[in-house]
Design a protein around this ligand. Structure first.
Ligand SMILES: [Zn+2]
Length: 757
């Protein structure tokens, strides 16, 4: 049982919580009595409201049949006339605190409530098949035991669970989904076995008890939310210790251990009762809450914010919908915020994400209630998440949320698969809800990858939120009639580059015969005049357009010109490519260079202003360009050897060329110097892989997410050297010596041993 032994109980009879404002009555009295009788009759309303409601009921009216939709302030009968009871164990350290408070004659009404119901332990994968499913009952039982052991349960009001009914579920889900989940109750063991693979395919397991547990889990979150909203109740926030979780469950499809979307349904039930109040759902589960996003994607009253591991779309649930460019649609445009992490994140990254992106948005949205889809699978030690957030980290971000919405915060458990960790994180969050200060964090040191993601998210979202930095610049077509006076920065940089390459190296722009490519890359591909002659070595150098560092001059978004500059490492590469001795060519050797600048440093998908609609489109476009240059210049030319050098996004482009074309016979060396962009593996062809392993030298900044990958994942990609530099822009510069040695060795093995390196 979750309650303490009634014989070991001091029962405090408290008066009703004081009425708000002027309605509060005079001094109240309290009675302390020692109870040695049997437990109080349970107030748990286990009414079976899971019978299908009459199909003729409208959504709104049928909700009224299970939960009143009128604010209780308007209902005389809702004003509490029965004293609220609080049971505190004799052993509880709180007993003395409460006693002092009592003797001072001051009431201390509950400010935090919780739900927990042991029946939710019954949803359990059948032992016959496996007994180690991560979505295990211990997740909530360990959590409840921890809260009790820490004396936190005693400080919270227990809310009786009421199972959710179809009327409420229908606010988010289809009838088909409801019937499917209800149908599990009739499952025989054979049914369970027969449908095992079917449900496994969508990351679910089902047993006959699943239906009941899903109803309790969802109903539990609803009850806590209604308690938090109730103006006659002293409770201002809540922790729902529930399972199965909910945030992957889409309106029509359950998946990812989730059946009913608990938080989504609760948010809608609250809106049914209190009107379309501004509602925020913060989803810090390590997985993207695809279900919640789908449910409210076009809604103008519910702001969904998700922080999740993304790994460029490969992390579960593995759909592009977790990308930052998914901002909502129609009336909901601007009310969907995805913070998709690439790489391993910890406390610093989450706290900075809240301070730079989440909180500014929330302050502008001004929520009236905040739900937290609180998965603890981004916690240190979670077997599925692989992240590094500590209980103190969770408490810190929750404490920020508690400063908003009049403190109305409903925290509902989602994922989290290491029960002791879930329990610790839940305890830290509960303490925060109770008003205890969050534990101190060490000095914040966000990763470069996190800062990059936050910067990009802010850029995307600043179109909708004025408080975000960097601010959104109006698209250039908003300057009516001035088209002729506007030059885009990439154009300015590429014309500077054209002039420079021509003056210094005699290089010329390579005309692109394919119209589509010419449109995007005109003036960005340069070549020395000798590429079609029988030269010794041709260097194919693919890089981003340079690193433009600009300083804002103020809130209007203009640039502080004297403090802004362009770092273009490509010059150094071209310099030594054209230096015969550097390449070990000796007297009379001749070298040519094809230089390709790709127009974006970080190909992110913005809805405005940039050439690409998504990273996928950008990759495809780079691939077409490289393929074109290879087929029409390198293949036709007579260079004996080819050296490929990629820098930044150039690495992505070269990797796709290597994967799709037979480049091996002439290409003697491949050098890839990554920025913070993704390190890709080449195509699964054993021969090509062997050649690539021997012929390539790859280098990434110290802070690159690649170095956080598991050994298995890293092995699939192959060897990447770790630079001492953490600033991506410095990596190439620092590595010039190594690159030169490597290329020299590959081109002329014997000479390099004689000291060419
Ligand atoms: Zn999760």
């Amino acid at each position: 049982m979750e309650e303490d032994d009634p014989l070991d109980m001091i029962e405090l009879e408290l008066d009703p919580p004081p009425l708000p404002s002027s309605a509060a009555s005079g001094p109240t009295t309290s009675v302390i009595s020692v109870s040695s009788t049997s437990p109080q009759p349970s107030t748990n309303r286990t009414e079976s409201n899971h019978q299908f409601a009459s199909a003729t009921n409208s959504k709104a009216s049928s909700v009224r049949t299970t939960r009143s939709t009128t604010p209780s302030s308007l209902q005389a009968s809702a004003i509490p006339t029965v004293p609220t009871r609080s049971k505190i164990s004799r052993n509880s350290p709180l007993r003395s605190i409460e006693s002092v408070v009592q003797s001072n004659g001051i009431d201390k009404p509950f400010t935090t409530c919780y739900v927990y119901d042991e029946r939710m332990l019954m949803h359990k994968e059948m032992d016959r098949f496996s007994d180690d499913h991560p979505e295990a009952p211990a997740r909530i039982s360990a959590t409840f035991e921890k809260l009790k052991a820490e004396g936190l349960i005693a400080r919270m009001k227990k809310i009786p669970v009421k199972e959710v009914g179809w009327e409420e579920v229908s606010l988010v889900h289809t009838r088909k989904l409801w019937e499917e989940v209800e149908g599990f109750a009739q499952f025989t063991e054979d049914d369970v076995f027969r449908t095992l693979d079917l449900y496994k395919a969508v990351s679910l397991y089902v047993v006959p008890e699943t239906s009941l547990c899903a109803r309790i889990s969802c109903g539990g979150v609803i009850e806590t939310a209604l308690t938090v909203m109730d103006p006659m109740n002293s409770v201002r926030n809540a922790f729902a210790v529930v399972r199965p979780p909910g945030h992957h469950s889409e309106p029509q499809t359950p998946s990812g251990f989730c059946f009913f979307n608990n938080v989504a349904v609760a948010a809608r039930v609250v809106q049914e009762k209190y009107g379309k109040i501004r509602t925020v759902i913060i989803d810090w589960d390590v997985h993207h809450g695809n279900g919640t996003q789908r449910a409210f994607y076009t809604d103008d009253s519910i702001l969904y914010v998700s922080l999740h591991r993304y790994d460029n779309g490969s992390f579960y649930p593995g759909s592009p919908e977790g990308g930052m460019e998914w901002c909502g649609e129609g009336k909901g445009e601007g009310l969907n915020v995805n913070i998709p992490w690439n790489g391993i994140m910890g406390d610093s990254d989450y706290v900075i994400a809240f301070e730079r992106v989440v909180m500014p948005i929330l302050r502008e949205f001004v929520p009236e209630i905040i739900f937290v889809s609180a998965g603890f699978d981004a916690a240190r030690g979670d077997p599925l998440g692989g992240f590094d957030v500590t209980p103190a980290g969770y408490a810190s971000i929750l404490s920020l949320l508690c400063t908003l919405a009049n403190g109305k915060v409903v925290v509902a458990l989602e994922g989290g698969y290491n029960p002791p960790t879930v329990a610790e994180c839940a305890a830290a969050c509960t303490q925060t809800l109770l008003g205890d200060p969050p534990p101190m964090l060490s000095k914040l040191q966000p990763s470069i990858s996190a800062e990059q993601t936050l910067y990009e998210v802010a850029k995307v979202q600043s179109k909708y939120w004025r408080l975000l930095v960097p601010g959104h610049k109006p698209p250039k077509d908003s300057f009516e009639g001035m088209t002729g006076s506007i030059s885009e920065l990439p154009e300015i940089i590429s014309s500077h580059r054209r002039e420079w390459l021509s003056e210094k190296y005699g290089m010329v722009p390579l005309p692109l015969s394919q119209t589509q490519l010419a449109k995007v890359y005109d003036g960005l591909v340069h070549t020395t005049m000798n590429v079609f002659r029988s030269i010794d070595t041709l260097v194919l150098f693919v890089h981003d357009i340079g690193n433009l560092s600009v300083e804002d001059s103020g809130p209007m978004g203009n640039v502080e010109l004297p403090s802004s500059y362009l770092i273009d490492c490509s010059n150094e590469i071209i310099n030594w490519s054209l230096d015969q001795s550097a390449l070990g060519l000796g007297q009379g050797g001749e070298c040519g260079v094809i230089d390709i600048s790709l127009p974006l440093q970080y190909p992110i998908s913005l809805k405005y202003g940039l050439a690409y609609s998504s990273p996928k489109v950008a990759k495809q476009s780079y691939k077409s360009l490289l393929q074109h240059v290879w087929d029409h210049v390198v293949e036709i030319g007579q260079a004996k050897n080819v050296v490929m050098i990629g820098h930044g996004v150039g690495c992505t482009a070269l990797t796709s060329l290597i994967s799709s074309s037979a480049v091996e016979s002439r290409t003697k060396a491949v050098v890839q110097v990554y920025g913070m962009n993704e390190v890709l593996k080449i195509v699964d062809d054993p021969q090509k892989k062997t050649w690539y392993a021997e012929s390539s030298y790859r280098l990434a900044p110290q802070s690159h997410p690649f170095f956080e990958l598991t050994r298995k994942a890293a092995n699939r990609i192959g060897k990447v050297n770790r630079s001492d530099e953490s600033e991506p822009v410095m990596v190439l510069h620092r590595a010039l010596g190594e690159i030169r040695s490597f290329v020299g060795e590959r081109l002329h093995p014997s000479q390099s041993r004689d000291g060419y390196t």
